[in-house]
Design a protein around this ligand. Structure first.
Ligand code: SF4
Length: 390
């Protein structure tokens, strides 16, 4: 049973027992005023798959009709899930057609193994929630959204439901635990916060996506330059995640290869620094190099006492010179660099400068021959710097 936010007794039920009209009539006669029944999709196969019960949807549909006919106030609850979110607008319209006065959309809390299959991607769900909102307004049905972040609702943001008083068993769809706070939040204080399990699985990209939420009212220029101009660098602009943004960009045309055309970037720093901790896996280091190459800085510097000693320094530097930087400069102890094969040094053409750190004149004399081989094969400028012992 649900506490009465309004006068009268309400019942939250899966609805299967109400498919016989006589049950609904008796409950109404005993004083029940309203029922809330889950109908996750108006298409029977989708609802049945979600509740894992063949035939459930048809019984729920009969129950909803029976309850409305018995004079009960009918509310419908639908989980917002990946497989059913496309159907949200028609589910809301169908609920209205069955006599529902309220539709409650709720983010479920799937078991860990089911999260990828069940969680809706928030950036894709936004336009569907907006369409569901429009369907509800057109049908005169009250729509409430539970557990979804405000920043994922778009124009349906004012449909965010207040906390519900529950006396008895909780909702058939348990609420998804939320992360309490979000830095730089555009939606507080009404928002319940980001769904914790969702963030753990997919990250915060869609929640913190400033690229999909450009400043309201700002004029979005077309892509830069004439056709054939290379797209501008990311300059801190993360890929947009909102379907609505992508549709809007596609409608503008003339993006000239830049899906984020019109989104202002951060100032581009004159140089960037990378570091290769010796134990770090090369996959993570390559990912970081790719990220740095998208910023748009012309110069990449690697200058510390450990990066050039990474066991895969040859492969990592080859990656650096392929990433489109105008200059790649390295500095540090060069023992591993000098140990590279000739062909590995040839592959480093594009390396601009190597600064070899040595402890003193004796070590300097020991590396000179190797450094001249590095300079000859990689064509990098090579200098030696005495940094002192230790
Ligand atoms: S950033 Fe966090 S608190 Fe703010 S609206 Fe989004 S989910 Fe809610």
């Amino acid at each position: 049973m649900q506490a009465a936010a309004r006068p009268g007794l309400g019942l939250r039920t899966d609805g299967l027992a109400l498919a016989e009209g006589e049950v609904a009539r008796r409950l109404r006669a005993w004083g029940l005023r309203r029922v809330r029944v889950p109908l996750h999709a108006a298409r029977p196969d989708a609802h049945d798959w979600l509740v894992d019960l063949p035939g459930a949807a048809r019984r729920v549909l009969r129950a909803l009709r029976a309850c409305a006919a018995a004079g009960l106030e009918v509310q419908v609850e639908a989980a917002v899930t990946r497989p059913t979110m496309d159907l949200l607008p028609e589910t809301v319209a169908a609920a209205a057609g069955l006599g529902a006065t309220e539709v409650h959309l709720r983010l479920p809390a799937p078991a860990p193994d089911d999260r990828v299959a069940v969680f809706p991607r928030l950036g894709l769900a936004e336009p569907l929630l907006e369409r569901a909102d429009r369907a509800a307004r057109a049908a005169g049905v009250a729509l409430w959204v539970h557990g979804l972040p405000a920043c994922a609702l778009g124009a349906a943001r004012d449909r965010m439901a207040p906390p519900e008083p529950i006396l008895g068993p909780p909702s058939l769809l348990p609420p998804a635990p939320q992360v309490a706070t979000c830095a730089a939040c555009p939606g507080a204080p009404a928002c319940p916060g980001a769904p914790a399990a969702y963030v753990a699985l997919f990250g915060r990209g869609e929640l913190d996506d400033r690229c999909s939420r450009p400043v309201p009212g700002r004029q979005m220029p077309d892509g830069e330059g004439p056709p054939g101009t290379p797209p501008p660098p990311r300059a801190g602009r993360a890929p947009a995640t909102r379907l609505a943004f992508a549709v809007g960009q596609a409608a503008r045309g003339a993006l000239r290869g830049d899906p984020l055309a019109g989104v202002p970037g951060d100032p581009i720093p004159p140089s960037l620094t990378a570091s290769f901790p010796p134990q770090a896996p090369t996959r993570a280091l390559r990912q970081e190099l790719c990220r740095l190459s998208q910023v748009g800085s012309p110069v990449l510097r690697i200058a510390d006492d450990h990066s050039l000693l990474h066991p895969d320094i040859g492969d990592l530097l080859r990656e650096c010179v392929r990433l489109g930087f105008s200059r790649v400069e390295v500095a540090g102890p060069v023992d591993r660099l000098l140990a590279l094969e000739d062909r590995d040094l040839v592959a480093l053409r594009g390396l601009s400068r190597v600064e070899a750190w040595v402890a003193g004149e004796e070590e300097q004399a020991g590396v000179e021959e190797g450094l001249s081989r590095v300079a000859r094969l990689s064509r990098a400028e090579v200098v030696v710097r005495v940094v002192g012992a230790g």
